[in-house]
Design a protein around this ligand. Sequence first.
Ligand code: C5P
Length: 306
Amino acid sequence: MSIGTVAVTAPAKINLSLGVGPVRSDGFHALATIYQAIGLYDQVTVSHSDDLTVKVNAEARLDISGVPTDDTNIVVRAARLLASHHGLERGAEIVIDKGIPVAGGMAGGSADGAAALVACDHLWGLETPREAMLELAAELGSDVPFALVGGTAIGTGRGESVAPLMTRGEYWWVVLESDRGLSTPEVYAEFDRLHDGAVVDEPEIPDELFAALRGHDVEALGASLVNDLQPAALSLRPELENALERGRLESAYGAIVSGSGPSCLFLCDGRAHAMQVAGGLTEHRLGHVSFAPGPVHGARVVAADG
Ligand code: C5P
């Protein structure tokens, strides 16, 4: 019996370190990063259809006005790319249920792209090999391969080259969202503006970060979190500085802007501590606050029926 509907979840990503280097000849910045997938998810559900269509639903707090519902949506690009890789033309009715903030620096769009690849592959019975899926993902965007892989991983190149990193135990993150998103290209442009004329070093991952992960040392990890895009995000959104300071005062072990921002992350020592820090931050009414564990799995099928 053929499958009629497939649902796939894909997680938000954070960067424990985000080293940004010089602009490459293709216009992208060289990156050296440690990704971690955390327990905030988007879900993509696909069903058979002659045409390729997309519908976007979201939790009430999320502003989805900037998410396209035409051919430019990453899920449509993903479906087309997968079909053409196999020399096929296929349609699908695609529904995105967003739980990851839009333009929040947590790769929500990339999660949707990865989820759409996995969902369509299953719906159409293609069984595309893992390596080919990773290559297609890289064509869709720099963060999309990591959304397939999940867990904790080293990212190099423009972020698309992903090597899983074995880590011990679980970490808990408080996530502070902003009402207004930030455009990733604009944050990279601000990074370039701030470095105008200066030589940007090749990106690196700090040794202390690897050591903290090896020892599951939350305090050391908090102290070694680093994001080279943070000055650019703070330059565009100065109020985030206050949010980071609030989280530190609420006893978080580390406070950092997530990727290109504007979401902020606060590292906590277990679930109870995360609840406490989240409660404290909520009282300051800086934006929506939630908490989630990491690492979690990458994009995976959660339901399939005929
Ligand atoms: O690859 P992706 O589509 O996610 O990238 C979005 C934008 O972010 C790029 O067009 C580019 O402006 C910027 N970017 C970059 N260097 C990277 C990744 C992204 O400059 N390594």
